[in-house]
Design a protein around this ligand. Sequence first.
Ligand SMILES: *[C@@H]1O[C@H](CO)[C@@H](O)[C@H](O)[C@H]1NC(C)=O
Ligand SMILES: *[C@@H]1O[C@H](CO)[C@@H](O)[C@H](O)[C@H]1NC(C)=O
Ligand SMILES: *[C@@H]1O[C@H](CO)[C@@H](O)[C@H](O)[C@H]1NC(C)=O
Length: 412
Amino acid sequence: MYELHQFFLLLFDTTNKKMAKLATIFIFLCTFATFSHCLPLSTSSRWIIDDENGQRVKLACVNWAAHLQTMLPEGLDQQPINNIVKQISLMGFNCVRLTWAAYMFTRNSNLTVAQSFANNGLHDALSGIAQKNPQLLGLTVFKAQRAVIDEMGRHGIMSVLDNHLSRPMWCCGNHDGNGFWGDEDFQPKEWLKGLDIVAKKYKDLPMVIGISLRNELRGPLQNQSVWYKNVKKGAKTIHKANPNLLIIISGLNYDIDFTFLKRKPLNLLNMRNKIVYEIHHYAFTEGQANWFLTQPLNKVCDTIKKEIMNKSGFLLKGKNAAPLFVSEFGADQKGMNPSGNLFMGCFITFLVGLDLDWAVWALQGNYYTRQGKTGMDEPFGMLNNTWSSLRSPQYHAKLQLIQQKLQGHACN
Ligand SMILES: *[C@@H]1O[C@H](CO)[C@@H](O)[C@H](O)[C@H]1NC(C)=O
Ligand SMILES: *[C@@H]1O[C@H](CO)[C@@H](O)[C@H](O)[C@H]1NC(C)=O
Ligand SMILES: *[C@@H]1O[C@H](CO)[C@@H](O)[C@H](O)[C@H]1NC(C)=O
């Protein structure tokens, strides 16, 4: 669209100013029409599709953390937003799974970026933001998040907004108070309020294509009947606030287990073409890291694949078939983790075989602060710790295997 605009401006350059103005208005309307046509997305059996033309849209996303104490997407002290978003696009991703904490919307909606960093004692990061993204300092954390999502939209990058936890902090543990409904920081009412606010706030932005109800359900309170009850409430809340959105649903036990749906499918008939299930998998999932070091790789890969098919992959088939979004996987890119190195080859083959939608963990080269450490490095991050280039071209090359066949992103 941008190029077309340039073209028209050139075309009208030689005529009078009035014509140029008319042309600009025409192009503005054109842009608007294109955007409202190309989305929303829906599902058809196990595929995510573009409502407009029925073609498949494959999600090839990168996770961008924005759920920690500052509530600002990471890295904005390192590079201007525009640079980061350009790199996401150049790396071949067509979407970002942006994580958010519910309390950002239900308790901190008036907090400015400058206040948030000062409250956390992050003075270096604050001066980094003042240098790289000064326009953000006086904005509320919500408006700053929106500025990032807007910029992604301008670059043709879709956003999936993931409710990662309630209290802004690093995730996840069995006893961190954010694991299951009823935990100290996971009360159903406030959680629903957060989903409602987010779904409504982004109603005017079609490049926000989905919201996930909650990341990695876990911990001692896990209970299937509570899962059905709250998943239905969450899905209905989002659908009512914005019926265009995909609704992304997490299983039990850190997002690996949906076996209970074999006996009792979710009954969400009126929003059936919006439901997507998500799973996570790492080398260390279910304490399996050692398998990679002690068994032949073909055997380990085969066992893991069968296990995933049994716990979640079955959702891709049958009369209730729905898309399965592998919304987290990844490994240490410095090659320092032998299990992780072997896992990636194995898992990418699995993703190729089933042609799944996915989001790799993660974009961020480092964190403003994580688990009490300032400027902590993220060895799983696609970008290095100055957010200026790829951390590992070899690792990126592996991901390109699953970016192939990317198609149907009509908003480009
Ligand atoms: C934010 O400010 C508005 C008005 O300034 C106020 O009505 C609202 O309660 C505040 N919200 C929070 C969460 O503090
Ligand atoms: C799950 O929750 C329901 C409803 O609150 C309760 O009746 C049931 O006993 C719970 N099941 C387990 C295994 O805790
Ligand atoms: C598959 O999952 C079921 C639960 O739905 C379990 O009982 C069974 O043992 C699993 N089979 C395999 C091969 O893992």
